[in-house]
Design a protein around this ligand. Structure first.
Ligand SMILES: [Zn+2]
Length: 335
């Protein structure tokens, strides 16, 4: 079995009714929730299902479009409604195409939102079968004005995630700063910041020993900066990158788009901490890699072409995802 642990239903999020609802909501208009037919939901997924079939990817863990989470905008109440709308669409899509997807949620984070409300949202959607949640370590649209996300102000969120056995995916969202385009910079800044804040957090994994974070996009700079982070951890008495990876609290995915950097990931990070992911086909749909003459986001190619053994590839393709996302088992057929 091959599980893609990192996918967004971008085409569904771009449905005019969905985008129109959010625009109207932010403009202060009181709109009814959009009514989208099952046929429209299914049609929005045709492309991604066809790519999954052609790449022999059995199941994907799918979440709302990351850029559109944008919970720095709006109010606490508006963002709760926005998150629930997106999660309900994800759930419908997963049910309409059974055996193909497992739902990953977004949260109505807002700089002024009490985290116990966010925790309640985790409880509600985990009860509906969600297997994980995207958690923006910034939440201020690229301004980075909040306290480090690992602080006690977020403990209700971590309590819920640990109790329900759902990992938190530290995924950035929209950036208000044009110097930091979201897919090219802000997401990677969120990866890097998320990982380093976990190294800096003194008590987090003492207080929540079973809490798990997934750092997407290959762990940000992890494949090429482990030496720097080992050094600064010793210098500042932070937890070393090897320790938080080795303790099973932090994982990364393979959303890396060439052979060279994929191999660096495999050399830098223990294989038990790496989950297959592709973001197909959200970040760069249809863009072709001149080295492979295939889409950049066909990350299966880079894993397949690596020197890893078949057993190691199996770990990355499915076994690690099953272990890190235990609630996904109900969505996985017996392929
Ligand atoms: Zn993503």
């Amino acid at each position: 079995m091959i599980i893609d642990s990192h996918q967004h239903f971008v085409r569904l999020a771009k449905h005019p009714e969905v985008e129109g609802f959010r625009a109207a909501q932010l403009a202060g208009k009181n709109l009814d929730l959009p009514k989208i037919s099952d046929a429209d939901v299914t049609k929005s997924l045709e492309q991604v299902v066809s790519l999954m079939v052609s790449r022999n990817i059995d199941v994907a863990f799918a979440s709302p479009r990351a850029k559109a989470m944008a919970t720095h905008e709006g109010t606490v109440e508006q963002n709760a409604i926005w998150a629930d709308l997106n999660n309900s669409l994800i759930l419908r899509a997963c049910k309409l195409i059974p055996g193909r997807f497992a739902p990953v949620g977004m949260l109505g984070q807002h700089p002024s939102c009490p985290s116990d409300q966010v925790a309640k949202q985790i409880e509600r959607w985990a009860g509906e079968g969600f297997v994980a949640f995207n958690f923006d370590p910034d939440g201020t649209g690229g301004r980075w004005q909040n306290q480090p996300f690992t602080g006690k102000h977020n403990y209700p969120v971590f309590e819920a995630a640990q109790a329900l056995d759902v990992p938190l995916v530290l995924h950035g969202s929209e950036s208000i700063n044009k110097n930091f385009p979201h897919t090219a910079v802000q997401y990677l800044v969120a990866d890097i910041t998320g990982f380093v804040q976990l190294m800096m957090a003194k008590d987090l994994f003492k207080d929540f020993p079973r809490l798990r974070f997934l750092i997407p996009h290959g762990g940000g700079a992890l494949p090429c900066q482990t030496g720097r982070w080992r050094a600064i951890a010793k210098y500042n008495n932070w937890t070393s990158p090897d320790e938080i990876l080795g303790n099973g609290n932090v994982f990364v995915d393979t959303c890396i788009y060439n052979d060279l950097n994929m191999q660096m990931l495999f050399d830098a990070v223990p294989l038990d901490n790496i989950l297959f992911g592709s973001e197909c086909d959200g970040a760069f749909p249809g863009v072709v890699n001149d080295e492979t003459h295939d889409h950049y986001d066909n990350t299966r190619r880079y894993v397949d072409d690596s020197k890893l053994s078949a057993a190691d590839k199996d770990r990355i393709y499915a076994a690690n995802a099953r272990r890190v996302y235990p609630r996904a088992s109900r969505w996985l057929s017996s392929k």
